[in-house]
Design a protein around this ligand. Structure first.
Ligand SMILES: Nc1nc2c(c(=O)[nH]1)N[C@H]1C(S)=C(S)[C@@H](COP(=O)(O)O)O[C@H]1N2
Ligand SMILES: [Mo]
Length: 496
């Protein structure tokens, strides 16, 4: 039989604490961007089962509102980094999760390689009544005996088993079930959890379950006797020098606190650098997970959401209002850049290029979803007309809304986004002219918006006036890949 407290348990246990704190705090930041939980992918306003916000917005509200108005600003004491930094919170979350899973994989491999699994995995149903017994013993203020020849008592073994082999994998599975590209390619996977909102709610409850476990676990450590337990988990030996163990243990925990103070400060003070640095680790991860996935969504008319949230207020300029007043008859879409045949197209000419209908689910980066039917021209059809040059690697979509006038918060400039060429030729990438059987409503992008069904919503530019094919995105806007990347520090990689 393996040692009771081998060193690899000591090391992976510490790494697990380290990464879990990062995941908790960055996860809370992500929650703050849409502090509501639903079971229904239509996210009907007011029908959330849990809300961490005093603001309420109704589906029938007479004053227009957008999903960014629902965002909350939470303290850096709680959230990483706090203060409405969804993009950076996601960066921390997706950076950390890779290392957390790696730690878990190494741990589980060693658990099986060394035979340690005997101590963790129940081999008989009697563990359940035995666990109930040991809980009874605790309630009588006594410490239950460990299982003969094993380091843990029955309830402890069962709890560790549940957390390691059920809760952690479930948390990974529900996390993955929130990725727009994964959901677009494998809609059945989302259905396993009752849809994206089911996955999101379960992911939140999973976090709560981890929280409850940690409280009980620390409580039990205290009940069992802090000095010996600390010697065990810090030095791998209950008889080790207790003062040394206490010293190292406290230093380790303090180091985590100091680390959080530093990264929180740095993230808030140097948002662009944080975005770039974490992007070095997160962008390849996003590419690995999502690059090869194309959308295969086929929802039915019955899945269409009664209410579809809006994000981004419509253009306010007179020019746009004049266009809209005349049913966009004067509208011209200019398509240019690195193309053989630059064009200026009327809506009618655009419509003439072909039509595709699709019922798909919109995934806003903040967390809400809604299903709608979109109809329009496949972007590949337009590309056949204009003939992008072989050097063209990105498509830029320019919009008519000046965000300085419509969103404020110190942000400015016209909205735009870019996508790599491979996304442009995905089968469900279309320039939509219609939503749910009618011409696009103004708030959803009239007269023209793009749908890129494997991506997060912010890539799907509304109120498009121009499309440009370029080789590089560095000199477009601030060069981060789009307006929300430039101004809100979102990742340019929007497949997860
Ligand atoms: N021009 C423009 N397009 C935009 C935005 C915007 O602010 N301006 N917001 C984006 C974001 S963040 C989302 S989630 C979707 C929302 O689309 P909807 O309003 O049709 O639901 O539009 C995207 N396209
Ligand atoms: Mo969004």
């Amino acid at each position: 039989m393996p040692e009771f407290f081998p060193y690899w348990v000591v090391v992976t246990h510490f790494l697990n604490i380290f990464f879990m704190v990062l995941l908790f705090r960055s996860g809370i930041e992500v929650l703050s961007a849409f502090p509501k939980l639903y079971w229904d992918d239509g996210c009907p306003p007011g029908r959330e089962w849990l809300r961490f916000s005093k603001k309420v917005f109704g589906a029938d509200s007479r004053t227009p509102w957008t999903s960014l108005d629902e965002e909350e600003s939470w303290s850096p004491l709680l959230a990483l980094p706090g203060r409405k930094n969804l993009g950076l919170g996601r960066h921390w979350h997706f950076m950390t999760v890779q290392f957390w899973i790696l730690t878990g994989a190494v741990y589980v491999a060693l658990v099986f390689a060394t035979g340690y699994w005997h101590y963790l995995i129940p081999t008989h149903w009697s563990l359940v009544p035995d666990s109930i017994n040991s809980i009874g013993t605790y309630l009588r203020f006594r410490i239950p005996a460990t299982i003969p020849g094993q380091p843990f008592e029955p309830a402890q073994k069962l709890a560790y088993f549940v957390v390691i082999f059920l809760l952690a994998p479930l948390q990974i599975a529900t996390g993955a079930a929130m990725s727009p590209s994964l959901l677009a390619r494998f809609p059945w996977y989302g259905r396993l959890f009752g849809g994206k909102q089911g996955a999101r709610s379960l992911h939140f409850l999973g976090m709560c379950a981890f929280g409850v476990f940690i409280v009980l676990h620390v409580g039990m450590v205290i009940v069992h006797g802090l000095p010996t337990e600390l010697a065990t988990i810090v030095l791998g030996n209950p008889d080790a020098d207790r003062r040394l163990a206490l010293g190292i243990g406290v230093t380790g925990l303090l180091a985590i606190v100091v680390f959080h103070v530093v990264i929180c400060w740095f993230s808030l003070r140097h948002r662009r650098r944080t975005q770039r640095l974490l992007g070095l680790v997160v962008d390849p991860f996003e590419r690995l997970l999502s690059r090869r996935l194309t959308s295969r969504q086929r929802f039915g008319a019955e899945d269409i959401s009664p209410y579809h949230r809006v994000n981004g207020y419509p253009p306010t300029g007179e020019e746009y209002q004049a266009l809209a007043a005349d049913d966009f008859r004067a509208f011209r879409l200019s398509v240019g850049g690195l193309v053989a045949r630059p064009m200026n197209l009327t809506l009618r000419e655009l419509r003439g290029l072909g039509e595709q209908r699709q019922v798909t689910k919109h995934n806003c980066i903040q967390g809400w979803t809604a299903v709608a039917e979109w109809a329009g021209v496949p972007l590949v059809r337009l590309m056949e007309e204009v003939g992008p040059a072989p050097v063209a690697r990105y498509v830029v979509f320019y919009a008519m809304d000046d965000k300085g006038l419509t969103e404020g918060e110190g942000r400015y400039g016209f909205f735009y986004e870019t996508i790599p060429l491979h996304l442009a030729s995905n089968p469900q990438t279309i320039l939509a002219l219609e939503m749910n059987g009618s011409p696009l409503p103004v708030e959803h992008g009239a007269p023209l918006r793009v749908r890129i069904e494997t991506q997060l919503g912010f890539k799907m530019v509304k109120w498009i006036c121009g499309i440009e094919f370029v080789e590089d995105i560095n000199d477009i806007g601030m060069g981060m890949g789009g307006w929300r990347e430039d101004q809100q520090f979102y990742a340019d990689a929007a497949g997860i």
